[in-house]
Ligand binder design. Structure first.
Ligand code: NAI
Length: 399
């Protein structure tokens, strides 16, 4: 079939196998070089050798797997939720990415396997535990990078749904229409009923804690093992819909869980951290209202100052300059690792605010990098690579 881009309400329905392979290969190639002057090299660092990535098929999780494998020569296991391809339907980008990554990792002599299933279920935890026993014995690092719209609690069988909404009152702000480039006013109604609690159930730290409890019980965490979950704070302008909204409440829960987990890991001298990462185009972030406008301005300003990073560069800095640098792990006053430090620099934020003030409803976005945002969105689904012939008839099952 000829695989074309199909997007419905900011969600891409298709992915291109060869483009996903290209996307993964580009990230791997960057890590193998990783020496563009802004980064330390990984040569003298004690990076972890056995890594479990929960949500390791796209976005920050995939980058974590790529950095672990290609900067640290780690064997890796990924757990993610995927749709496999059929003769007439493409797979999720995560499936294509994973097939491409695992082929490259194996070619480099590394172990790389995946469990496809619902990470929130007991059955997936057990399957993963068995695979760790068989393949790696124990793990040195567990990355928690799940982003999901729903979660079924394994104890009660109740399904909870996460929403991206303000709390208390509606939020109206400028947003951008990605089809017309036009700036529009968007109003997001506040969370109702149990939506705050439900979002915390899905995106908070409960499932992360269940994973660590399970791995500890089964003796699958090596001495000094670490676990890291990802979070976001962002600028004041998006606080109502993010930091102070339903997802912010979930991230508060995630942070509180990190402290509790560090207590549980004391016996093996392990540690749990939350890492606050930069705003980047991923499948999860592109559906957040108002955020694409912020990202378009942020990308432009950060690119102008040579501070822009993609997911893999962020995670490379997390591994080599924070978690496994030859220095104590740097955290903020709340114990969080901050690789959003460049994004949050006052000169960057001031410039973004200045440009935000120039935007007018009904006009096209000014002084932003919508092209960059759009290109990244295409890339994460395997589209927009000049090296690929998108007119060619291919079998979506072959990568
Ligand atoms: P993403 O959508 O690219 O990745 C999510 C991953 O979770 C995928 O591998 C997906 O297969 C997996 N997943 C979802 N539901 C699952 C389930 N039930 N069972 C197994 N796997 C499942 O998302 P992204 O953006 O990389 O997000 C990962 C984390 O990073 C989230 O906690 C997010 O809040 C955080 N983060 C994202 C930022 C951004 O701007 N994209 C910024 C800072 C933090």
């Amino acid at each position: 079939m000829i695989i074309t881009k199909k997007v419905l309400r900011n969600v891409s329905l298709t992915a291109h196998p060869l483009g996903c392979r290209q996307y993964v290969q580009d990230q791997i190639d960057w890590v193998k070089q990783a020496k563009d002057g802004r980064y330390q090299t990984s040569d003298n660092l004690m990076l972890p050798k056995r890594v479990l990535v929960l949500g390791g098929s796209t976005g920050y999780g995939l980058s974590s797997r790529i950095v672990a494998a290609f900067a640290g020569k780690a064997d890796t296991i990924n757990v993610s939720f995927e749709r496999e391809p059929s003769e007439t339907k493409t797979a999720t980008p995560g499936w294509y990415n994973t097939v491409a990554f695992e082929a490259e990792a194996k070619r480099a002599g590394l172990k790389a396997e995946s469990i496809y299933g619902d990470a929130f279920s007991d059955a997936t935890k057990e399957k993963t535990g068995n695979l760790i026993k068989e393949l790696l014995g124990q793990v040195d690092l567990v990355i928690y990078s799940l982003a999901s719209p729903l979660r079924t609690d394994p104890k009660t069988g109740i399904t909870y749904r996460s929403v991206l909404k303000p709390i208390g009152k509606a939020f109206t702000a400028l947003s951008v229409d990605m089809d017309s480039d036009q700036v529009k006013l968007a109003t997001i109604e506040p969370a109702e009923g149990t939506q705050v609690e439900e979002t915390v159930k899905v995106m908070g730290g409960e499932d992360w804690s269940l994973w660590i409890d399970y791995l500890l019980k089964e003796n699958l965490l090596a001495p000094h093992a670490m676990t890291v979950a990802y979070s976001y704070i962002g600028p004041k302008i998006t606080y109502p819909v993010y930091h102070e909204g339903t997802i912010g409440a979930a991230k508060d829960h995630l942070e509180a869980s990190a402290a509790l987990l560090t207590g549980k890991l004391e016996g093996i001298q392990g540690k749990a951290f939350v890492s606050v990462n930069k705003a980047l185009v991923t499948r999860a972030s592109s559906v957040i209202p108002v955020v694409p406008l912020y990202m378009a301005l942020l990308y432009k300003v950060m690119k102008e100052k040579n501070l822009h990073e993609h997911c893999t560069q962020q995670i490379y800095r997390l591994f080599t300059d924070r978690l496994y640098a030859n220095k104590p792990i740097e955290t903020d006053e709340k114990g969080r690792i901050r690789v959003d430090d460049w994004e949050m620099r006052s000169d960057i934020q001031q410039e973004v605010e200045k440009r935000w003030a120039l935007q007018k409803e009904g006009e096209v976005l000014k002084m932003g990098d919508l092209e960059g945002v759009r290109e990244e969105y295409e890339h994460i689904h395997g589209f927009g690579f000049p090296s690929i012939d998108y007119e060619k008839d291919i079998d979506p099952r072959i990568i």
